[in-house]
Design a protein around this ligand. Structure first.
Ligand code: KG4
Ligand code: ZN
Length: 344
């Protein structure tokens, strides 16, 4: 099956071409520099940029894969969740290409693609379905923070999610308060490397609550209050200590609740995905916590942590072979599409 995959849910335009579940070509065009002066994603700018980039990326990936669009057997696209106008550009482009190629188009849930991204083998560029094991999955991105139990491939249940800000949002908003660039997560990660994580004691929201929910807006507020009390500018070494301390608070909550849920469910594998799973402190802390608890850790490879069309195509390939129904001409974007339909 020759498949073209499209991802435009937020500020990354991405296209991939796959043959029989193997990525032949994949490109991600990041819009970070476009949104950076605004301190966050501006939906109108993102949409315009998707519209400009998509035809270029489709041409680039199909050339690289050595295929013509008429040869396609399927087109897969992120149908939701995400920014409505950004999703719309991807969906309508996918439907147009599918119509021209005379093949079906399929809608994929973006968060579900993150959920299975730890199973992408970065060298073979295939999904390791044969090695798949039931797991407890942590998804941490700019838009989502949730824990899910994946009992079998295609069978997942959301256990808990954030009640307010996502972990990535907390990183980004805190970075903004500290006067750092956008997106702030990688900046905090970089600055924290030289800092003392125990220098400042920031709250660990919901750490001791028995459920699997998260809350990060209070943490950001406590950083704001902390800064308001400071006299004078924050020195470079204090900035590193601040970044390390905020990061430590976020990481401790994420790791503690992930391990607790894994132990409760009795799974032997933990997975983590989404942009924030690139964070070096989170990766290190998950490694040691899993080792201490006899759990196997499977992290998404860095290239597949942030938004990309390869993960959309790899999940689509599996779902199509397992009977996924194609989109109809009247199907629309699903900006708030829940991962777990029962939970939404
Ligand atoms: O998965 P993603 O690309 O987009 C969404 O689906 O939301 O995640 C983007 C988020 C941003 O909030 C960004 O700051 C965060 O991932 N991020 C990081 C790191 N790299 C990306 N956060 C902390 N440390 C990092 N190294
Ligand atoms: Zn994402």
């Amino acid at each position: 099956m020759l498949l073209l995959a499209i991802e435009t849910s937020c500020d990354e335009t991405s296209v991939a071409v796959l043959r029989d579940g193997r990525v032949l070509a994949a490109v991600v065009a990041s819009q970070t520099s476009l949104h950076a002066p605004h301190g966050g994603v501006v939906p109108e700018l993102a949409t315009r940029e998707h519209l400009r980039n998509l035809p270029l990326l489709v041409r680039q990936t199909s050339n690289e894969a050595g295929i013509a669009l008429e040869q396609l057997d399927a087109v897969a696209v992120t149908q939701g969740p995400g920014l409505p106008p950004a999703l719309l550009v991807g969906l309508r482009t996918a439907q147009g290409i599918a119509m021209a190629a005379g093949c079906p188009a399929y809608g994929i849930n973006h968060v579900e693609a993150h959920l299975y991204s730890p199973w992408i083998h970065p060298e073979t560029r295939t999904m390791d379905w044969p090695g798949f094991q039931p797991n407890l999955s942590l998804i941490v991105s700019g838009g989502h923070t949730l824990l899910a139990h994946v009992a079998a491939a295609g069978q997942h249940r959301v256990l808990g999610s954030t009640l307010d800000d996502a972990a990535g949002e907390c990183f980004d908003k805190t970075a903004k308060l500290l006067g750092l660039g956008y997106p702030g997560g990688p900046e905090i990660d970089r600055l924290a490397a030289g800092g003392n994580p125990a220098a400042f004691d920031f709250p660990r929201p919901l750490l001791n609550r028995a459920d699997d929910d998260f809350s990060f807006s209070g943490l950001k507020t406590s950083v704001r209050y902390f800064l308001a009390k400071q006299s004078g500018a924050v020195t470079a070494s204090r900035l590193s200590d601040l970044c390390a301390s905020v990061q430590a608070a976020i990481v401790e909550v994420l790791v503690t609740k992930t391990i607790r849920a894994a132990r409760r469910l009795g799974v032997s594998v933990v997975t983590a995905s989404g942009g924030v799973s690139c964070n070096s402190a989170l990766r290190t802390s998950l490694h040691s916590a899993c080792a201490e608890n006899g759990l196997v850790l499977r992290l998404a490879a860095p290239a597949y942590c942030t938004d990309n069309a390869a993960m959309i195509g790899l999940l689509a390939d599996w779902k199509i072979r397992n009977g996924l129904a194609p989109l109809t001409a009247t199907d629309d974007v699903r900006p708030r599409w829940p991962l777990d339909e029962r939970a939404g």
